[in-house]
Write a protein of this length. Structure first.
Length: 718
């Protein structure tokens, strides 16, 4: 710590207003324990050391038609420095309609802070503005997920998509705590004021602390410390002792240690009382950039050399290639706008806005509480063996999935339960479970699988915060069309299925024949008559659990009681008799097979009349005999189809669901090419090839992030 006398200050003020210059050496959050302030900062309930996620979503375009797929790249970064978050693996993409009602939720696997794929839009969606939300289970501890808007047009709907609201949705994360006051009341009468001041030193940022003489004199303990932080995550500190001789202090921070975006400097005393603070926006003078050089043009493709500028570590980017006259480019929702809050014209505007509206410590209310949500990794399969064993711990359960390249064995617990964690299972796929004894021989066994594959559950209704921005500001900032204009022909859907009546009749006859064969093979079912309904399970179409399927069986009620599933007759409200392959299955403690895949069974029958039948109130399940799996002698492992799992990382763009009536329509609403996962190295050539008709002009919309947290946004016209 250094201090100097400033002659001009001595002349301007009295001897008691000499400036104390404090030069602060930066330290990172990880080295707080080595700092002498550690014991004091540790008691400060405003600061945290959590790994908090931020999200960004880059979609291939901003306007979609029902039946299309939304192709996307999702970035997950650390909130304080924008570096890729290596701890996140499970990312959920939730789609909400214009009434904020959940439409669908999909799980994607994140590696090194990034993932990509596609979300298929249902054909029956109504036209309007929809929201894609990025979220994780861990993120629920701190805030709501990040929301990104897209427009969806139903081609059977005569109404055009309108986006004409008087407010704009907050694209960034919304804090779940309720501490967002306009100004912190603790600092209003403290007698201290922090302001950002100009500095001739190009490598530092300067602050001036003005102190009231009475405020200093009345303080018993004159020890204070300044903390530079981002939403409570400390990056720099300095401590000093106040003196009645000095009413003005100059504090400097090295620019290389200040984080890009919104920062806060806060002044505390030794009792961690907040004395003063100032929020300021910082952006590095040298911006991350990409230069593109044409190498070769063919009839329908272009080869480019991309060069990273002002970036010193590897970066990963996503690129959407659009026609020059495209109407589906969103110039507002860029990675820098979202993660650095650059939605305002100048840093001064942004700083003023946040000083008026935002709390500097949004997470302080949860720091003394137990976090409810863990960092969810992979999927969990938890179950129990229903077969009786003398010494269960001598047995193992083996889980095998050929498609997902998984083979794991775990000992069976004494209570015959088992659990597999951190599984990478895709949906749809299948896996098998096999019981093995101490001699490594497979044994026949029946398993019950619980339905707690993941802990995360998307909110059924989306709570979206609003920024109070006027309609005029929105129209100035947004380059999205307010509606799909009438002078451009809309594409038409070619997802039309022509059903052949003869084929349907043939299928019906084959099904009826197979039902009669099953009844003949299983005499306990009786002869097919008018008293029962018969449900032949289709392996290719019926993708539900047994519980879900039985909810649609006439005459049955399926309900949950304290977490257990029961099956009841709708007429007399009594539990039905369940028979599996001729053997009764008790419902004491619930229907333990409820989470089985329904395709494990070939036929389901239930009497619907309740009179004149010996099978009254009997639900018959006939197992499928041709299940494939791991075979050892005559023992066949049990096959399950995933009902939860990771969605595939689809990369290739596919717009084949639409027919564009002319070139104008196609150029306006289609995406020419999409590159979701491109690694770029600094100080070298990065050669890529994109789709580009020889005589067409195109735009490259690039978003990305480097390993150092440099955010990249660039639009390149070619």
């Amino acid at each position: 710590m250094l201090w100097h006398l400033n002659k001009l200050t001595i002349m301007r003020y009295s001897i008691f207003t000499i400036i104390l210059f404090i030069s602060i050496s930066a330290f990172c959050q990880d080295s707080v324990k080595e700092n002498p302030l550690y014991s004091i900062i540790k008691k400060n309930k405003k600061f945290h050391n959590y790994n908090i996620e931020n999200f960004y979503l880059h979609t291939n375009k901003s306007i979609y038609f029902t039946g299309e797929s939304v192709f996307f790249k999702a970035y997950v970064v650390n909130e304080h420095n924008n570096k890729p978050n290596s701890e996140t693996t499970n990312l959920y993409i939730n789609l909400y309609d214009f009434n904020n009602i959940l439409v669908l939720s999909q799980l994607f696997y994140v590696e090194n802070g990034k993932t990509y794929g596609s979300v298929k839009l249902p054909k029956d969606l109504k036209s309007g503005e929809y929201t894609l939300q990025l979220d994780t289970y861990w993120n629920k501890n701190f805030k709501k997920g990040s929301n990104f808007s897209i427009l969806i047009q139903n081609l059977d709907d005569s109404k055009s998509v309108i986006s004409d609201s008087k407010t704009i949705q907050d694209i960034g994360n919304s804090i779940i705590t309720n501490n967002s006051t306009a100004q912190n009341s603790e600092t209003e009468t403290s007698g201290f004021q922090l302001t950002k001041s100009n500095s001739d030193n190009s490598d530092r940022i300067n602050f001036t602390l003005l102190a009231n003489k009475e405020a200093i004199a009345n303080r018993e303990n004159k020890f204070v410390y300044a903390a530079l932080h981002k939403k409570g995550y400390i990056t720099n500190t300095a401590s000093f002792v106040l003196s009645e001789k000095f009413l003005m202090y100059s504090i400097n921070f090295l620019k290389k240690d200040v984080l890009e975006g919104l920062n806060t400097i806060s002044l505390f005393d030794s009792d961690n009382k907040l004395l003063a603070e100032n929020r300021f926006y910082y952006k590095a003078e040298q911006h991350a950039d990409i230069l593109a050089k044409k190498i070769n043009q063919t009839k329908d493709s272009l080869t480019l050399d991309l060069t990273l500028i002002n970036i010193y570590k590897k970066a990963n980017v996503s690129i959407s290639i659009q026609h020059q006259d495209s109407k589906v480019i969103d110039y507002n929702s860029t990675i820098t706008n979202v993660l650095l809050n650059e939605n305002f014209n100048t840093p001064e505007q942004l700083t003023l806005n946040y000083n008026q509206q935002k709390n500097s410590f949004p997470y302080q209310s949860i720091l003394d509480k137990t976090l409810l949500y863990d960092n969810e990794r992979g999927l969990r399969i938890k179950g129990q063996l229903n077969t009786k064993l003398d010494n269960p711990s001598n047995y193992k359960i083996t889980l095998y999935s050929k498609k997902d390249n998984i083979l794991i064995s775990k000992p069976l617990n004494e209570d015959r339960s088992f659990e597999f964690n951190n599984l990478f299972l895709t949906y749809p796929s299948q896996y098998s479970l096999t019981l093995t004894d101490e001699n490594e021989k497979n044994k026949e066994g029946h398993f019950f699988i619980y339905n707690t594959f993941i802990n995360y559950k998307a909110d059924s209704i989306l709570q979206k915060p609003l920024l109070k921005i006027t309609k005029t500001t929105v129209l100035e900032k947004s380059n999205l069309p307010t509606k799909i204009t009438d002078d451009i022909d809309l594409p038409i859907s070619k997802n039309v299925e022509l059903l052949d009546e003869v084929v349907l009749k043939n299928v019906g006859r084959k099904n009826d024949k197979r039902i009669k064969e099953i009844l003949k093979e299983n005499s306990y079912l009786g002869i097919k008559n008018g008293f029962s309904d018969y449900y032949l399970i289709d392996e290719d179409k019926d993708k539900t659990t047994l519980e879900q399927y039985l909810r649609n069986v006439r005459g049955l009620i399926v309900f949950s009681y304290f977490g257990d599933i029961y099956v009841m007759d709708r007429r007399d409200k009594t539990l039905v008799s369940i028979v599996i392959d001729g053997h009764p299955e008790s419902q004491v403690g619930g229907f333990r097979l409820a989470n089985d895949q329904v395709t494990n069974y070939e036929l389901i029958t239930y009497d619907i009349t309740g009179v004149g039948s010996m099978f009254n109130n009997r639900l018959n399940l006939v197992s499928r005999k041709n299940l494939s799996g791991i075979k050892n002698k005559k023992v066949i492992s049990k096959i399950y189809k995933t009902i939860k799992g990771y969605s595939f990382n689809q990369e290739t763009l596919n717009d084949n669901s639409l027919i564009y009536p002319n070139k104008t329509s196609e150029h306006s609403f289609s995406t020419l090419d999409w590159i979701p996962d491109l690694a770029l190295n600094p100080n070298t050539s990065n050669i890529i090839s994109i789709k580009k008709p020889e005589h067409d002009n195109v735009k490259l919309i690039i978003n990305g992030v480097s390993e150092d947290g440099d955010l990249i946004y660039k639009v390149i016209d070619l």
